[in-house]
Design a protein around this ligand. Structure first.
Ligand SMILES: Nc1ncnc2c1ncn2[C@@H]1O[C@H](COP(=O)(O)OP(=O)(O)O)[C@@H](O)[C@H]1O
Ligand SMILES: [Mg+2]
Length: 268
């Protein structure tokens, strides 16, 4: 039996979860958000990136890291889970390669010293990316305030990028978050793709996987948009399942009926 890839002319499996930075699809909102985040970090400020699940926050953060010159920035990526401020402190310590032991105050001091020495001794700007920040507990925001402001506002040492789903925005509007929210110099957003962007995206994902002709007919791509509603993660799963369905039925091109069957298999 012909394999999925050779049937449709792919060199590699398309629509996979992992995407290399160089293969990212750059829409205008993507480029705009990237430019804004780079500007904020250049000004040693902090910022937020807010968007629903599956529309490309983590991909954008990886593109951001790739754009930051290693000679100028020291970037730490932390994936937030529902942690107390003590545990969060330990996570951050692990991310910067410092022992996660000791009392809470001593840990906080160690983190402060670390970021300060990165800035002064190494001449690098420390940046901490907190992905999935909508899961931050309110108590942790105080810790972030302390870390971004430990020299009484006299110097901007650490930049923080808070990336998360829309509940993060609500969290930042709470009155006890005001001090942290005030320190964010920019709120970048991403939204689900439009129909046009989805067409471009599906073509792009097929091409980077090696296909010279796109194995979805126009009605199939329309159906991918109608079902996936421009959510990249949903579009990826649906497109891959559609290819499998068409492959099993010995079709050379996916049509709308393959998309409908794929949807039923994925989300019955
Ligand atoms: N700019 C992009 N170009 C190509 N694929 C992307 C892009 N952004 C996201 N994706 C794809 O969409 C999926 C979901 O994106 P992700 O960044 O994980 O979303 P989020 O972090 O907002 O939940 C990823 O697995 C990736 O394959
Ligand atoms: Mg993510």
């Amino acid at each position: 039996m012909k394999d999925l890839r050779s049937r449709f002319g792919f060199h590699t499996t398309p629509f996979t979860r992992e995407i290399q930075v160089k293969d990212c699809f750059h829409t205008e909102p993507f480029k705009e958000a990237l430019r804004a985040l780079l500007r904020v970090l250049d000004q040693r400020m902090s910022c937020a990136l807010i968007a629903p699940a599956g529309v490309g926050k983590t991909a954008l953060l990886r593109a951001l890291v790739a754009e930051l010159p290693e000679a100028r920035y020291k970037v730490h990526y932390v994936k937030v889970t529902d942690l107390s401020k003590r545990d969060m402190c330990r996570e951050i310590a692990l991310a910067i390669g410092s022992p996660p032991a000791g009392t809470f105050p001593s840990l906080v001091r160690r983190l402060q010293d670390h970021f300060l020495s990165t800035a002064t001794t190494d001449g690098l700007r420390p940046v901490m990316i907190l992905d999935e920040s909508h899961d931050l507990r309110p108590g942790v925001f105080g810790l972030l305030r302390v870390l971004t402001n430990f020299e009484m506002d006299s110097r901007l040492v650490l930049s923080i990028v808070l990336a998360g789903q829309p509940p993060l925005q609500a969290l930042l509007r709470r009155s006890d978050m005001e001090a942290v929210a005030k320190r964010l110099a920019h709120y970048a957003t991403l939204r689900p793709f439009s129909r046009e962007e989805t067409i471009g995206y599906v073509n792009h994902r097929c091409h980077i996987a090696g296909a010279t002709t796109v194995p979805f007919d126009p009605k199939a791509i329309d159906a991918l948009y109608e079902v996936g509603r421009g959510n990249l993660r949903a579009t990826d799963s649906l497109a891959l399942k559609t290819l499998e369905v068409a492959h099993d039925q010995n079709a050379g091109v996916c049509d709308a009926s393959h998309v409908v069957q794929a949807r039923k298999l994925l989300w019955p």
